[in-house]
Design a protein. Structure first.
Length: 398
């Protein structure tokens, strides 16, 4: 195995594969290696649909080998350390690899262990999470089995991938309860570590109406610290100066948990990290602020925008343009404006397509008001985007 490559990409997920494909479309002679430990590749945006019972979870997974670009070399391994002064990375098995240019696309880390008792009860006792391929289908079981009582939907106090996912499943559950005639017996509650429902007022307005029509109670600035599955109890504590001494024990009949998340440990403990652990890149050029031959995108990158696949679709062409410029001795002038999108499912057949930039200013694609719930946008999410992902985004064509 060659221990030196012109470009090494860490992570063969949404971001890593899109960038590799785009680079190879520009020049298929580039020597690109992708370091990726997993045999499987996941289309995670459909996990909310799987948890709502309208998407077959097995269709969200493909073999990693099948999404690898033909001319990229797959190094099956896990990166454990960086040595940017010597243009080298280390794998868990001790292998040291050298690069001329490095792209870090290793995603986000799910810290399930931070919530006491969660690992023991996840997937049973009506405790579910769409943040896992294995457990997303159990969410729909919990929704179907719910016959009334308290349904709790949790959003952690940390950054997460897809800021809408912790609450879109709540709107789907509420709509399901309505259809089955159990909404009147449901006490739906949202417990969040954030300060508000959604950062962009234009879309938040619609979501607040959705909450109102299902009588959803909203609780902010709280952190889930413990789940007692067998006794169906969750313990939250307050966060922030005003709430920090508060503790709440909440009984539940079903609980949807979103795990606390962070930059992967091997990044946050490395010289590449910023003060909060993410890869320290310029938010416009996606080039590292200290190492000019390192770039990052996707969930692992320190970009002050919502972490989504939609954001990656706009980041990848910018990164590729800048990387090629730098390889040719030119400055990195292409700019990413923070574009991100969240297809907010608000019910079966209803969706608000939020699209916005670093300033939380709407950046809408369609010539109509996207803050309205629409069937057409639901069809986009349910049928068109999954196809686009496998057929166009991963091959670097969209
Ligand atoms: C429930 C849910 C709903 C979502 N809904 C939406 C949505 O509606 N719209 C949307 O746009 N986005 C959505 N997302 C977010 C979207 O899936 C992510 O933002 C996107 O997958 C991030 O891509 P990435 O390449 O950065 O990370 P990933 O796709 O997670 O890939 C990271 C890769 O890095 C690899 N890796 C990790 N550690 C190492 C290591 N040490 N060495 C080498 N490789 C490593 C991993 O194995 C993985 O293959 C959702 C996510 C979830 C979980």
């Amino acid at each position: 195995m060659s221990l030196k490559h012109q470009i090494i990409i860490i992570g063969g997920g949404n971001a890593g594969i899109s960038v590799a494909s785009r680079l190879l479309l520009q020049n298929n002679l580039l020597d690109i290696a992708i370091v990726e430990p997993s045999d499987k590749h996941y289309y995670q945006p459909a996990w909310t649909l799987a948890g709502s019972g309208v998407f077959d979870i097995s269709k969200t997974m493909r073999n990693e080998a099948d999404v690898m670009p033909e001319n990229a070399k797959w190094i099956k391994g896990k990166v454990s350390g960086f040595d940017p002064e010597h243009n080298a990375i280390t794998l868990e098995d001790g292998t040291r690899l050298h690069y001329d240019f490095l792209v870090v696309a290793a995603g986000i880390q799910l810290n399930w262990d931070e919530i006491k008792g969660l690992n023991e009860t996840l997937g049973k006792n009506n405790v579910c999470s769409n943040y896992s391929y294995d457990y997303a289908p159990y969410t729909f079981e919990c929704i179907q089995n719910f016959k009334g009582g308290k349904a709790i939907f949790h959003n952690p106090h940390t950054p997460v991938k897809c800021g809408g996912a912790p609450h879109k499943i709540m709107y789907m559950a509420a709509d399901y309860f309505r259809k089955k005639g159990v909404l009147d017996k449901a006490n739906i509650q949202y417990w969040s570590g954030g300060t508000r429902l959604f950062a962009v007022p234009k879309y938040e307005k619609t979501l607040l109406k959705v909450c109102e029509r299902a009588h959803i109670n909203l609780h902010f600035m709280v952190k889930l610290v413990e789940v007692d599955g067998p006794n169906k109890k969750a313990r939250f504590v307050g966060i922030g100066e005003q709430n920090k001494d508060q503790s709440y024990e909440v009984a539940f009949d079903m609980l949807h948990v979103t795990p606390p998340q962070s930059a992967p440990d091997f990044i946050r403990n490395s010289p590449l990290a910023n003060s909060t652990g993410w890869v320290d890149v310029d938010k416009y050029s996606l080039q590292h602020v200290r190492y000019a031959n390192i770039f990052s995108l996707g969930d692992a990158a320190g970009l002050p925008t919502s972490k989504t696949g939609a954001a990656i679709r706009k980041q990848a062409p910018v990164l590729v343009e800048n990387l090629i410029a730098v390889m040719n001795g030119q400055p990195a002038t292409a700019q990413y404006n923070g574009y991100t999108s969240c297809p907010l499912l608000t019910g079966y057949g209803k969706l608000v397509l939020a699209e916005f930039d670093y300033e939380n200013k709407p950046q809408e694609t369609f010539p109509f008001d996207q803050s309205k719930e629409r069937w057409s946008m639901y069809i986009l999410k349910r049928h068109i985007l999954p196809w686009l992902y496998w057929a166009k985004i991963l091959p670097g064509k969209a």
